[in-house]
Design a protein around this ligand. Structure first.
Ligand code: ATP
Ligand code: MG
Length: 349
């Protein structure tokens, strides 16, 4: 089966090809045009997707050594994301599927992030069940995964996402966007114990997360320092702030393992690129005899490879979407996944 995957939920036009479970190509055209506005402008994003979608798909097919006539399935993100941006990729994919009479599947962007862990080694029956910490710019979720489409939400952030905490923290610290890599770079030479930031939800019996209080604590800490003190201590404050986010994620993951008894853990989403997080989680996993995996760095943030892989496993499982499928900007994976009969722990909506 050769699947073309298309992703256009925000400000990256991306296409990828997965053939028989192996990634053959992965093309991303970012939109630096938004930098001038200090954030993604939906109208600009849609227009640029229109401009880029055909060349990006052509490049993905060429890099995979395939033509549209070799394809056996097409997948595209249908939510969550910006409506006008999603429409471009979804309608292109539906039009192509109809003209080639190919099966089509709409993919939830968050389900795509879940599958990024299997881009190098496709899943087998032994891969399940596992816990997945999904920490991205807009979501922080803890999932139990029992198979294709079988996801049970164990916990979610009650306010900001972990990536959002990095982005907002970086803005307060006067660092650039995206905040995660900016904080990580500055924090490298800082002392993570230099500020005693709160660890929200630590020790809670549930698996939920919270990050907005941490951001407020950073705001108050900076407010009490002069500009020159802020600059002088920037690397230490960044390291301590990053450590608080990492500590919170680790604590919630530990609680997920305690509640479910699972010994396989995956981490996905942009925040899973963070080296400090990976080091802390690796140490914990080694001490508890758990297996832990992360996507290769290039597949942590948005890409179409993860959409093509999710489409591949879905189509292989016999799932199909109607060509009437519309974009769903507020799509929630928890609302359309099938929790496993055998899943333990508490599911939340
Ligand atoms: N090295 C890093 N350390 C920490 N955070 C990081 C790192 N690299 C990227 N991030 C964060 O990851 C986020 C982007 O990830 P991703 O592309 O998965 O999110 P998104 O697509 O914007 O949101 P969502 O997937 O929830 O819709 C940003 O918040 C960014 O700061
Ligand atoms: Mg994303």
């Amino acid at each position: 089966m050769i699947v073309l995957g298309i992703e256009s939920s925000c400000d990256e036009t991306a296409a990828a090809v997965v053939a028989d479970g192996s990634l053959r190509s992965n093309i991303i055209t970012p939109q630096p045009d938004h930098t001038a506005y200090g954030g993604v402008v939906p109208e600009v994003a849609s227009r640029l997707h229109e401009l880029h979608i055909i060349p990006v798909v052509e490049q993905a097919l060429a890099a995979a050594g395939t033509s549209i006539h070799d394809l056996t399935g097409i997948a595209a993100t249908y939510g969550p994301g910006l409506a006008g941006a999603l429409i471009v990729g979804l309608n292109f994919a539906k039009g192509l599927a109809q003209s080639l009479s190919l099966p089509f599947i709409g993919i939830d962007h968050m389900e795509g992030h879940l599958w990024a862990n299997f881009l190098q080694d496709p899943p087998t029956a032994d891969s399940y069940p596992y816990l997945c910490l999904l920490a991205s710019g807009g979501h922080t979720h803890l999932w139990r995964v029992d198979g294709v489409g079988q996801y049970t939400l164990l916990g979610r952030s009650l306010d900001d996402a972990a990536g959002e905490a990095f982005d907002k923290g970086a803005r307060l610290l006067g660092l650039g966007y995206p905040g995660g890599p900016a904080i990580e770079a500055v924090a490298e030479k800082g002392d993570p114990q230099s500020v005693d930031f709160p660890r929200p939800m630590k020790g809670s019996p549930k698996c939920d997360f919270s990050f907005s209080g941490l951001k407020t604590a950073l705001y108050h800490h900076l407010r009490d320092l002069s500009e020159s003190q802020q600059l002088k201590r920037q690397r230490h404050i960044a390291a301590a702030y990053q450590e608080a986010i990492v500590d919170s994620l680790l604590d919630r993951l530990q609680q997920g393992v305690r509640l479910t008894g699972l010994s396989r853990v995956c981490v996905a989403g942009g925040v899973s690129a963070n080296a400090r997080l990976r080091n802390r989680l690796d140490d914990w996993a080694a001490s508890e005899n758990l297996s832990i995996s992360y996507p290769p760095l290039e597949f942590c943030t948005d890409n179409a490879a993860m959409i093509a892989m999710a489409g591949y496993v879905r189509l292989q499982a016999g799932d199909r979407s109607s060509l009437d499928l519309e974009v769903k900007p507020n799509l929630s994976l928890a609302d359309h996944s099938r929790p496993s009969q055998t899943s333990q722990g508490h599911a939340q909506g």
